[in-house]
Design a protein around this ligand. Structure first.
Ligand code: NAD
Length: 371
């Protein structure tokens, strides 16, 4: 079988779907791998590092002969139209937001694996690209915030006295939030964490953080959070406001599947923050966790700086690509047997992740968005 690796063309996207070491392992599955020229360049992987891999100059040429196409971001509709019927695509797809793309996948009879649909079960952890990328984004958030702060994070003893450690509050303790707590702790800050899922208390504490307990339990389906009621929101505001006011840096990461990001910090709460405080809003991608966040921008609101970074994993393209490539390899290993594609829809990972197959859209919500 032929596996093709696309060069990403999305604005600001530096990652690549396969790194040299993983390309070699794909070859060992009995595949011949072709890379679009310079695909790994912006992630620091030069063409010559991909040993035993063929190079193609243009995407359509590459797509036309591929049995499996690997990408990070959804490819263009044109690129998909160049694919063979029955071929496999693996990338992030976000189908509900990309109806034209899903229609092209359906009409082209492409078997499209959407990486954001990998089930959150133990067996699929090694394929879970949302988690691998969120861990990196969370790691990076306090570093981004630190360079915008007019003070340092650790305690420092000097000849003229001691500087106090900064307090970093992380709101939303999923994969990204816990990773952010770990970085802030390593940088010497006093750390606090807050989430609406009570089981995160122990996880935060194991990373040296104090848990801000609001007494709310908003566990939803599949380990995710549900939306809070107005009453719950008022209760949270009461407890959390004091912690917001005392923080030198806040990292927000809250998300509810399929919804706009919840607002965790109001304009009023921002006005009560310390002068010079910084908010790093990782929720910016889905609209932002703060009133005043502008996705993709850094803004000053009163005396507070709010960062709304987009596609944070791309800033760490080398490691982000390495982890993504391994996630993809583990998925491919599930359905490539003896050098041939064998899809087993009784496997819950395959069934859950495939969005289009044989001219069908396999998710009702996405199907409605397309029709
Ligand atoms: P996410 O990106 O969906 O959300 C980030 C965090 O925001 C979550 O912890 C959520 O509880 C929190 N949140 C939502 N609304 C909030 C609000 N109003 N206030 C405060 N916090 C709020 O989360 P994620 O990182 O994708 O992880 C979600 C869950 O999936 C976790 O339970 C995680 O342990 C689990 N998970 C399981 C696997 C696996 O088993 N393979 C892999 C990854 C994650």
């Amino acid at each position: 079988i032929e596996i093709a690796v696309l060069r990403e063309t999305g604005p600001g996207e530096r990652r690549v779907a396969t790194v040299p070491a993983v390309a070699a392992r794909l070859a060992r599955l009995g595949a011949s791998v072709t890379l679009e020229r310079d695909a790994g360049l912006r992630a620091t992987f030069l063409d010559q590092a991909y040993q035993g891999v063929a190079l193609a100059d243009t995407a359509p040429a590459l797509m036309a002969k591929a049995d499996i196409v690997l990408a990070v971001q959804p490819p263009s509709v044109e690129a998909i139209k160049a694919m063979k019927p029955g071929a496999v695509l693996i990338s992030f797809l976000y189908g509900a937001q990309n109806p034209a793309l899903v229609a092209a996948l359906r009409d082209g009879k492409i078997t499209a694996f959407a990486m954001e649909r990998i089930p959150r079960i133990s067996r699929a952890q090694a394929m879970d690209a949302l988690s691998s990328q969120a861990a990196l984004a969370g790691y990076y958030a306090p570093l981004l915030g630190a360079v915008h702060m007019p003070r340092i994070l650790p305690m420092m003893t000097t000849a003229v006295g001691s500087l106090r450690a900064a307090t970093v509050l992380v709101m939303g303790l999923g994969v990204a939030g816990l990773s952010a707590l770990a970085t802030a702790h390593r940088l010497g800050a006093i750390t606090e964490g807050y989430d609406v899922r009570p089981e995160t208390a122990e996880q935060a504490q194991s990373l040296g953080a104090k848990f801000v307990d609001t007494g709310i339990d908003a566990r939803g389906e599949g380990g995710y959070a549900r939306e809070l009621t107005a009453e719950e929101q008022a209760k949270v505001r009461e407890v959390v406001s004091r912690h917001i006011a005392q923080a030198d840096m806040i990292v927000t990461t809250a998300a509810v599947p399929g919804r706009r990001a919840p607002i965790l910090i109001s304009a009023e709460q921002i006005a009560a923050m310390k002068p010079g405080a910084v908010i790093v809003d990782l929720g910016a991608e889905s609209g932002g966790n703060c009133e005043g966040t502008r996705p993709g921008e850094t803004v000053t609101v009163g005396h507070v700086t709010i960062l709304g970074p987009l596609n944070v994993p791309s800033a760490l393209a080398q490691h982000a690509s390495e982890l993504y490539a391994k996630n993809v390899l583990n998925l491919v290993t599930l359905f490539v047997k003896d050098g041939a594609i064998a899809l087993d829809f009784d496997d819950e990972v395959i069934a859950g992740t495939v969005l289009t197959h044989s001219g069908e859209i396999r998710d009702e919500g996405v199907r409605k968005a397309v029709e």
